[in-house]
Design a protein around this ligand. Structure first.
Ligand code: CU1
Length: 527
């Protein structure tokens, strides 16, 4: 395992801890980034196995592999684990690896807090996983954790709430670290409007996290006190309001979508210029578009709750505000296309994933616009159309971007080059099977199949069968990713000094930086 986890660029040091002590005590941003990425991949496998059990159950009508309570628990924890355990930590991993190198800083601003940010994750993951095995089984409440179900749910709910508190602490510390690093530790002469786009997207994301993680913590804490301490925040019988929870949750939940998507946008903004051999088109407009998306993301939350019985005026406001987000998003897509336009394009694996992202994320964006239209949403609410929509955003959006990032920067991280032939195979398998799994779910939703059910009417059988085959193909394709990464680390050919012609956003790394320091030495001083 240590061979796999080893990162290049470390020189043996007499007093330097080795083995598990190294990883427990490390304050090095590269070590921490590596741990984030392996943690994320592990959780991706766990959440993926849950997805495959779900799709196996849905392969044919009737109840086959899991009982309905277990099924509901699996959809819940699949969502929570993929969002909080797989996707978010993947992008924090990229942030740790890339931000200091992209701005010419020796490390993150608070290296010891960085270590704590990471090491809070495994206990939270353990809580989310063991929730399946405690008395009462997992809490089948949905990842959105709406009351009154959460108030009656078994003790797994308490494990889940505690996990969310811990994950929130980790995210808040990570955000403080990222903001402080980018604001205070840029190389001399590097103004804020010259930092690579990935850094900008993370600064904006970090502010979103700081704003909304406490809101989620509040929502689950109120759930906790409703469960155990006799409060009635969400209990109508005690004078509370279950819809209040939905408002609080989605005030977190909608920005959360952008917490996942914005760093993915940052990655795409680095990859496309490298393979078009042109600088990013419209850097300044990209920064402002990203910031506008972030601001707007706070103003649209109730588009998730059009069916709760809100006044028509509120529906209209939230509909128009949601559609407004298409404007800055359009600016970004335009800039990416304009970057590629008349570029000297080549299609190595990172570029394939970036273009796959562009195409499929745009579909996910358009179905989002469809769902934003109130009369349509009333029809499609809680159907598979919604499931299809957000998997286009989360999987073909965030996950494809993360895959692109792995192939793009793996040569920089390991000093070795991945197998291009296998990388392309991984892309095409992922691209084809993703669409097989999720495109048909649009049709299921339009035909009226509800989400979060283990059984369904026979007229939905064919599309479900196709979707399950796609899901298994997509899942198996990810074994290939693991193989490619391990093979690169073990026996990859040495990467070139300036892989991708040095256009990977790390051009500032030639700047003189202070000598590397080690765990037990004093962390670098802020300027
Ligand atoms: Cu939303």
């Amino acid at each position: 395992m240590s061979a796999v986890l080893d990162t290049p660029g470390h020189h043996e040091h007499a007093d330097r801890p080795t083995g598990i002590t190294r990883w427990l005590t490390t304050t090095n941003h590269k070590d921490i980034g590596t741990m984030y990425l392996w943690f994320s991949f592990t959780m991706f496998i766990v959440g993926g196995i849950m997805a495959l059990i779900i799709r196996t159950e849905l392969f044919t009508p009737g109840i086959q592999v899991v009982d309905p309570d277990r099924f509901n628990a699996l959809t819940t924890y699949h969502g929570l684990i993929m969002v909080f355990g797989a996707i978010m930590p993947a992008f924090v991993g990229f942030a740790n690896w890339l931000i200091p190198m992209q701005i010419g800083a020796p490390d993150m601003a608070f290296p010891r807090m960085n270590n704590l940010s990471f090491w809070l994750l495994p206990p939270a993951a353990l809580l989310l996983i063991t929730a399946q095995f405690v008395p009462g089984g997992g809490a089948g409440v949905g990842w959105t954790m709406y009351p009154p179900l959460t108030v009656q749910a078994p003790m797994a709910m308490d494990l889940t709430i505690f996990a969310i508190h811990i994950l929130g602490m980790s995210s808040i510390m990570g955000s403080i670290n990222i903001i402080t690093t980018v604001f205070n530790m840029r190389a001399p002469g590097m103004g804020m409007m010259r930092i690579p786009m990935f850094c900008w997207t993370w600064v904006i994301t970090a502010f979103l996290l700081l704003a909304v993680m406490p809101v989620l913590a509040g929502a689950v804490t109120m759930t906790l006190t409703d469960r155990h301490f006799g409060t009635s925040f969400f209990n109508a019988a005690g004078g509370g309001d279950p819809v209040l929870y939905q408002h609080v949750f989605w005030f977190f939940g909608h920005p959360e979508v952008y917490i996942i998507a914005i760093p993915a946008f940052g990655v795409i903004s680095q990859i496309i210029p490298a393979f078009a051999r042109k600088p990013l088109f419209g850097y300044t407009s990209m920064v402002y578009a990203t910031a506008s998306i972030a601001v707007l993301s706070f103003l649209v939350w109730a588009h998730h709750m059009f069916t709760v019985g809100m006044p028509v005026e509120a529906q209209l406001y939230f509909m128009y505000a949601t559609v407004l987000i298409a404007v800055p998003t359009g600016v970004k897509v335009f800039n990416w296309v304009a970057t590629a336009w008349r570029g000297s394009l080549s299609f190595e694996t990172p570029m394939l994933f970036a273009l796959g992202f562009l195409f499929l994320f745009t579909i996910g964006g358009f179905t989002g616009l469809v769902l934003a239209i109130v009369p349509i949403d009333v029809q499609l609410h809680d159907t598979y159309y919604v499931v299809a929509h957000f998997h286009y955003v989360m999987v073909a959006g965030a996950l494809f971007s993360a895959f692109g990032a792995i192939y793009f920067w793996l040569p920089k991280w390991t000093g070795k080059m991945y197998d291009e032939r296998l990388g392309k195979l991984h892309f095409w398998l992922s691209f084809i099977f993703f669409n097989v799994a999720f495109f048909v779910q649009h049709f299921l939703g339009l035909a009226g199949m509800p989400r979060r059910i283990p059984d369904y009417a026979p007229q939905f059988a064919e599309f479900n069968m196709i979707s399950s085959i796609g899901a298994w193909g997509f899942g198996l394709a990810q074994v290939l990713l693991l193989y490619i990464v391990v093979k690169t680390i073990r026996s990859g050919k040495p990467a070139e000094q300036r892989q991708w012609d040095g256009a990977d956003g790390l051009e500032w790394t030639h700047l003189p930086t202070p000598a590397p320091y080690h765990s037990f030495e004093t962390p670098p001083v802020l300027k």
